[in-house]
Design a protein around this ligand. Structure first.
Ligand code: PLP
Length: 402
């Protein structure tokens, strides 16, 4: 008879008593999931009209659809050059010169990214080191907080005033020796503020004084109202080589699902940004990059039509919100209305849930645009068909929110 085998025991390992890996703290524990995307899931669950997430429920221009189909049929189906298809970078260089008044070399200074979302992350990773401070004007598009934390930098929030103007003294005191970058967003989400030349010049001077980089998200650059003009801080004197200008096809051409954006920056910053971009994503979707060239060939009338369509939608939603009892202002740009809900006597998160469940309309709780505060605010988007907005307004009024 064979001798019984000794029980096979794994020797006790160093660290075995520590919590299992998923329970260990990580960077991801320092921020929450996106509330905007969560509201979309809640809207789907309750069959509510989604005025939470800023994407159109109407089609993109037919020229773009045809160009995307052609690109796939013509076999642009493999990786594009890491920093972007050459025809797209060339077309972007022309467009940016014409619209933003900035000259960037498509070979060394333009990087095509997976939406402006990736461009922002890559910009922060390329320009900051752990512990550096990044100035974030508040309220802010909710990605900027987590983006800063993921990059290892420390967000330093500076408040916009109630009328969204800048308190220059408060801004000056937020800038320190540790400040490395500022994140700007004009036209602004969620406030609709369009930064003026004077405000941008003030910020540019601070960036120069503190030797900082301006990372500017200009994704709504074509969505402007009441004769407002878009100004790129990168076009101001002394700012070209200390600015990363981020743009995207998502909003201007109603293709948020295509995930094509770009970053413009001087050669030195671009070479760092491209390394980060390469290892993060390898590249943006190749056939859609080719289709985006067709977007940049649309006539000027396209941009006028876009702004006037959104102007009409802005007024439909604004009137509906006022009739339903919300306090709000007409935005100067972008496609959101940031309302005050103090009078309803409910916290933003409770009120947002209440609206989805009882009125069938989803909005975003204001606190997701603040590191601290915002509980008396709610953001609605008007990037929807007129009939969607009319129905949403009808529901809000019916729900007796007044
Ligand atoms: N930046 C701002 C200010 C936004 O509002 C959004 C989307 O709502 C994004 C970036 C995301 O852009 P993209 O689709 O290009 O990643």
């Amino acid at each position: 008879m064979k001798p019984a085998r000794p029980a096979c025991r794994t020797p006790a390992r160093k660290g075995a008593a520590e919590p299992f890996f998923p329970a260990r703290p990580s960077r991801a524990d320092t921020f929450t999931e996106s509330v905007i995307r969560e509201m979309t899931r809640l809207a789907l669950q309750h069959n509510a009209i989604n005025l939470a997430q800023g994407f159109p429920d109407f089609p993109c221009p037919a020229e773009l659809k045809a160009a995307a189909c052609n690109a796939v049929n013509e076999d642009y189906n493999q990786y594009a050059i890491t920093w972007g298809a050459k025809d797209l970078r060339d077309a972007l260089a022309k467009r940016v010169k014409h619209y933003n008044g900035m000259d960037y070399n498509p070979e060394t200074e333009i990087t095509v990214t997976c939406g402006s979302t990736e461009a922002m992350m890559a910009s922060l990773l390329a320009t900051t080191r752990p512990g550096d401070e990044v100035i974030v004007p508040e309220p802010f598009y909710e990605n900027y907080g987590p983006d800063t934390v993921i990059s290892g930098a420390v967000p330093r929030y500076v408040q916009l005033e109630d009328d969204f103007s800048l308190d220059e003294e408060a801004w000056k005191s937020a800038f320190t020796k540790k400040s490395r970058a500022i994140i700007l967003n004009t036209p602004n989400n969620p406030t609709g503020k369009v930064f003026s030349n004077q405000e941008l010049s003030f910020i540019a001077d601070l960036c120069i004084d503190y030797n900082m980089v301006a990372i500017t998200d200009e994704i709504y650059e074509h969505i402007l109202y009441d004769g407002k003009k878009h100004i790129s801080i990168g076009a101001l004197s002394g700012m070209r080589d200390r600015t990363i200008t981020i743009g995207s096809f998502s909003k201007t051409y109603s293709v948020t699902g295509w995930r094509v954006g770009y970053a413009l920056a001087g050669r030195e910053i671009t070479s760092r940004l491209r390394k980060i971009h390469d290892f993060l994503t390898v590249g943006a979707p190749a056939p859609l990059q080719h289709a985006c060239v067709a977007a940049l060939q649309l006539p000027e009338s396209y941009y006028r039509g876009l702004a006037s369509d959104y102007d009409r939608k802005r007024k439909i939603l604004y009137n509906g919100l006022v009739n339903a009892g919300f306090s709000c202002q007409l935005p100067g740009g972008a496609y959101y209305i940031f309302t005050d809900i103090a009078e309803f006597g409910m916290r933003d998160t409770d009120f947002a849930r209440h609206l989805v469940e009882t009125a069938g309309v989803a909005a975003v709780p204001g606190s997701s645009f603040y590191h601290d505060g915002g509980e008396t605010k709610l953001r609605f988007t008007f990037s929807k068909k007129d009939e969607t907005l009319v129905e949403a307004c009808r529901r809000l009024e019916l729900a007796g929110t007044r």
